[in-house]
Write a protein that binds this ligand. Structure first.
Ligand SMILES: Nc1nc2c(ncn2[C@@H]2O[C@H](COP(=O)(O)OP(=O)(O)OP(=O)(O)O)[C@@H](O)[C@H]2O)c(=O)[nH]1
Ligand SMILES: [Mg+2]
Length: 434
């Protein structure tokens, strides 16, 4: 059963904790969050987001209506199709270089000579206006392309939409795009104004002065707003680095309280190596990997742990887990640690488990009790046989007991995971495409 299985974890994405672009989000978690981590937001879609950029459509009687894309249009993969954003300084230097090379509209040289001084002024203002117009366009056109090709968040798959919201904060993705568009409008306005002034010059000298003034003003306007472009670049980078989820490939999602051994199980179910440490919230993002089982390909997601608390109090790391469960057609491998080692009491684990089980009851589900090398056999008769006592002793009914230390239950777990993924595949195949 084990041979021929090659599990390979390929991609990991986590709520970034390094560079701070959006400031601290969420709240410091409750004392039960142990590490007191602070989540920091950073930046970075047949892709419905792009396809339906303009949701307006005209009816036969000429009225314009708003067209909401239907769910069947929604698919994942938007982030891999984002346009490349050039660093702001590259846009500026390239635009300035191109504008400088613009020459005046060619006139008749002998005519110029005859008309003398007046014609020199004409040529100079022509050159100035053309250079200013060119600089304005070279700066503004890429910005228009970005604002038109970055997907409209409303038309993304809900999973990808939630990744954007949890990563950058509510509304911040749209704000970056708005800032880029504002910069574009400002550049167009400044560029047109100064090109027009230059075109009205009466002398060569005046045209030169107005050209220089216009170039300076355009650069100043660009410098003031250029952070919007660099923020958009970071948005694109972060989004592109997010795990790619194929909705047609069966997925297994490991869920449970923090520090219960989820990542350790991902490691034994696969050749991938997610970080394993003896403290909670080692896993701070969604890890998407792949499993090959008898020539079939499956996906695995390792998720951050869930604390026992109300949704309103959850931090964005926990919300990532809920987002996977809410929006992706995954089978669940729920991990329980009854050894007392993980930092969440069995009682609290049971509370969270029951809530998740009820909430995501439509998912295919498998329970596993981890770290069973640390569990002591407790005589059943000593404990009262209520729900909690049964849970504390054996976990939920039907749970597989596993230890990665002694290898106990590992083969059974792999076999059951395989069956679960095959059932998930049958579900996907029986769901009408689209
Ligand atoms: N004794 C024993 N320790 C285990 C077993 N499985 C995992 N551990 C230990 O439990 C600790 C937590 O393991 P992880 O796999 O990082 O747990 P996690 O649920 O992914 O943790 P978070 O990502 O922080 O939520 C590590 O020290 C592991 O070595 C087991 O079967 N037996
Ligand atoms: Mg982990």
């Amino acid at each position: 059963m084990n041979s021929g299985r090659a599990f390979g974890l390929l991609q990991q994405w986590r709520v970034p904790s390094g560079k701070l672009l959006w400031g601290r989000i969420g709240r410091r978690s409750s004392p039960s969050s142990h590490k007191g981590f602070g989540v920091r937001r950073m930046f970075s879609a047949s892709c419905p987001g792009f396809a339906n950029k303009n949701p307006m459509r005209s009816t036969e009687d000429g009225n314009i209506i708003m067209v909401e894309p239907s769910l069947k249009d929604k698919t994942t993969g938007a982030f891999q199709k984002l346009p490349m954003v050039m660093p702001s300084m590259n846009i500026l230097s390239s635009a300035q270089r191109k504008a400088r090379n613009i020459s005046p509209t060619k006139g008749n040289a002998s005519c110029d000579f005859l008309l003398g001084i007046q014609n020199i002024a004409k040529r100079e203002r022509n050159r100035g206006a053309k250079q200013l117009d060119a600089l304005m366009k070279e700066l503004a056109v890429p910005l228009r392309q970005y604002t038109e090709t970055f997907p409209d968040k409303r038309h993304l798959h809900p999973y990808e939409r939630s990744l954007i919201e949890l990563t950058f904060g509510q509304g911040n993705y749209e704000k970056v795009l708005e800032r880029v568009d504002c910069l574009r409008k400002k550049l167009v306005s400044v560029g047109k104004q100064h090109a027009s002034l230059c075109a009205q010059s009466t002398t060569k000298r005046e045209a030169e002065e107005r050209l220089n003034e216009g170039l300076k003003k355009l650069e100043e306007a660009f410098q003031v707003g250029k952070t919007a472009i660099d923020d958009l670049l970071n948005v694109a980078k972060t989004l592109r680095a997010m795990p790619v989820v194929d909705l047609q490939t069966p997925t297994l999602c490991l869920v449970g309280s923090p520090n219960v051994g989820k990542s350790s199980l991902v490691r034994i179910l696969s050749t991938g190596k997610p970080e394993v440490c003896n403290y909670p919230f080692t896993t701070r993002g969604i890890l998407m990997g792949h499993i090959m089982l008898n020539y079939e390909r499956f996906q695995v997601t390792d998720t951050p742990g869930l604390l026992t608390r109300h949704d309103d109090e959850r931090n964005n790391i926990e919300r990532l887990t809920l987002s996977v469960l809410s929006y992706l057609p995954t089978a669940v491998l729920y991990v329980h640690d009854l050894s007392g080692e993980c930092g969440t009491s069995p009682n609290n684990q049971l509370v969270t488990y029951k809530e998740m089980r009820e909430r995501f009851k439509d998912h295919l589900w498998l329970d596993v009790v981890s770290k069973c090398d640390l569990l002591q056999e407790s005589p059943a008769c000593i404990l009262p046989d209520d729900e909690f006592a049964r849970y504390k002793r054996c976990g939920p009914d039907g749970a597989i007991h596993v230890s990665i230390m002694s290898n106990q239950g590992v083969d059974e777990l792999k076999a059951r995971v395989h069956d679960l993924l095959l059932s998930q595949m049958a579900r996907i195949s029986s769901t009408p495409a689209g």
